[in-house]
Ligand binder design. Structure first.
Ligand SMILES: Cc1cc2nc3c(=O)[nH]c(=O)nc-3n(C[C@H](O)[C@H](O)[C@H](O)COP(=O)(O)OP(=O)(O)OC[C@H]3O[C@@H](n4cnc5c(N)ncnc54)[C@H](O)[C@@H]3O)c2cc1C
Length: 472
């Protein structure tokens, strides 16, 4: 797809066509609509409003406060951490390139806090959800940012090419927030979409990576598992084919990362996929939760009756309250980072960090050929050698056509292949902290214009904060 086709396609998605789910409320089945208007109280006025308190949102809020801005963060759920806590994503992906840390600044500081709190396990990648939630609480309280849980941004009001205010729905009702700059860290790019910024979703055919409903288990005899487990490459998946042939699974799935070991027979898991899920469509999400919970019963039977080796008494404790959505909207920014940039280990003049996780596109269907293509891409085709990394340009954070909006985290302006690398948590800390510093600067000196941020100054502030910027 060339650039013109890309922009045209993206513009259609951001227009009136109800593809995106968000805009679909504008059209009812009968074509009828109602007019609804009321005057809302402005309950918060601030320099920087951060929308969403996942990995990227917390990093953005902390960085903007560090730069001296007044910050308000609205989180729709009940805790910080987003997918990493509420959806129970069980591990941090790589912090560095095999030779050095790359997610420096907020990321490495947060890791140090988790280390001290004893919250990291398994080579410092697996973590205790509850401890991570509490550490995010503390970080945010110490930062001096104002924040609210159960406060969801549901719309924006535009004024002269900028967001004039954001409308939130909270337990007390619907009200507005006025800020000089907004950071969209919702993962789904909700705010950018509400502001009319074009976006893309999925591959050329619109297929998105499947989601996973993550889970917690107990009753694992880990010592027996260590002694008796089947050999690599897929100890947890070794009996999948047999169980599938016996009809254990409604939708047999070859992908099996297995259970992560915790003390006292406890385990967390990222197993199975929910296919054909659109994380911006509530009907699709509802179907996905039902299917995800059903499939965990299938896995429990699989572990007990087929895998055994210490899993005979395994028990599903809980599935996550938030769906594990890998990808939805990729918001179009001043630059779109592509596979070509990834392959050439790009260096950018406006670099705000570097990262190195491989391109990890989970196949959009359960068939064997798609799975084997995924393994080939992940293990060989796109994999970096030690010490290699790609640059992340500031322009992928600047939402196209809106003066005072930055995006951070998994919805930044990249193609699907790069999203499959940059979406993981350490990278979200990198884009989040850069968005925070840039937002503070734009609010302070540039009447909110994030596109006018002077890159050298931003890079200096990031370096002072500890960011890894060898080319700046
Ligand atoms: C199944 C699965 C496995 C993964 N495995 C790993 C892994 O092993 N290691 C790793 O590092 N990464 C992993 N990832 C990726 C990683 O967890 C996420 O991509 C990353 O956490 C995204 O962070 P974020 O801050 O951009 O968004 P999110 O974590 O999605 O946070 C967004 C936050 O915004 C809130 N929000 C959303 N909309 C609104 C709104 N309108 N108003 C207010 N608040 C809103 C949400 O409640 C949420 O708290 C995995 C992802 C999935 C789905």
């Amino acid at each position: 797809m060339n650039r013109r086709e890309f922009i045209k396609g993206a513009a259609i998605m951001a227009g009136t066509a109800p593809v995106a789910g968000w805009k679909s409320y504008e059209q009812s089945a009968s074509g009828a609509g109602i007019r609804y208007s009321r005057t809302l109280p402005v309950k918060v006025e601030t320099d920087v409003m951060v929308c969403g308190g996942g990995a990227a949102g917390v990093a953005a809020a902390v960085a903007a406060r560090k730069a001296g801005a007044m910050v308000f963060l609205a989180e729709g759920f009940t805790c910080f951490g987003g997918l990493g806590t509420a959806a129970r994503v069980p591990v941090f992906m790589q912090w560095g390139d095999g030779e050095r840390d790359l997610a420096c600044g907020f990321g490495t500081r947060f890791r140090e806090r988790l280390r001290k709190a004893g919250a990291l396990h398994g080579g410092e990648r697996a973590f205790d959800f509850e401890a991570v939630k509490r550490e995010y609480d503390r970080v945010m309280q110490e930062s001096g940012a104002d924040f609210l849980f159960q406060t969801r941004v549901i719309d924006v009001v535009m004024e002269d090419g900028a967001i004039g205010c954001a409308v939130v729905a909270a337990p007390s009702g619907v009200w507005a927030v006025k800020a000089k700059v907004y950071v969209d860290a919702t993962g789904n790019g909700d705010i950018a979409c509400q502001a009319g910024v074009p976006f893309e979703k999925g591959d050329a055919t619109g297929h998105m990576m499947p989601a996973s409903l993550l889970s917690a288990w107990d009753g694992v005899d880990w010592d027996r598992w260590a002694r008796e487990r089947p050999k690599r490459p897929q100890p947890f998946g070794s009996q999948l084919a047999r169980a599938a042939a016996d009809g254990v699974f409604k939708e047999p799935d070859l992908h099996m990362t297995g259970l992560y070991r915790f003390p006292n027979g406890y385990a967390t898991a990222n197993i199975g996929h929910v296919f054909n899920l659109d994380g911006t469509d509530e009907r699709s999400l509802t179907r996905g939760f039902i299917r995800g919970r059903e499939s965990m019963e299938e896995y429990q039977r699989y572990f007990r009756e087929y895998l055994k080796c210490g899993l005979e008494n395994v028990r599903l404790v809980e599935t996550a309250a938030m769906m594990g959505v890998r990808e939805t909207r990729r918001i179009l920014g001043d630059y779109v980072m592509t596979l070509d940039d990834y392959m050439r280990r790009a260096v950018f003049p406006d670099e705000i960090g570097r990262y190195a996780y491989p391109i990890d596109i989970h196949p959009s269907s359960a068939d064997k050929a798609a799975y084997e293509k995924h393994r080939e891409e992940f293990d060989r085709l796109y994999r970096y050698r030690r010490g290699e990394s790609y640059g992340i340009p500031y322009r992928i954070l600047c939402a196209k056509g809106v003066r005072n909006l930055l995006v951070a985290g998994r919805c930044v302006s990249v193609d699907q292949k790069v999203q499959a690398s940059i979406r993981v948590m350490p990278a979200c800390y990198i884009t989040g902290q850069a968005a925070g510093f840039a937002a503070a600067d734009a609010a302070d000196r540039l009447s909110g214009d994030v596109h006018a941020v002077e890159v050298k100054g931003l890079q200096h502030r990031l370096k002072d904060f500890g960011a890894y910027l060898p080319n700046a």
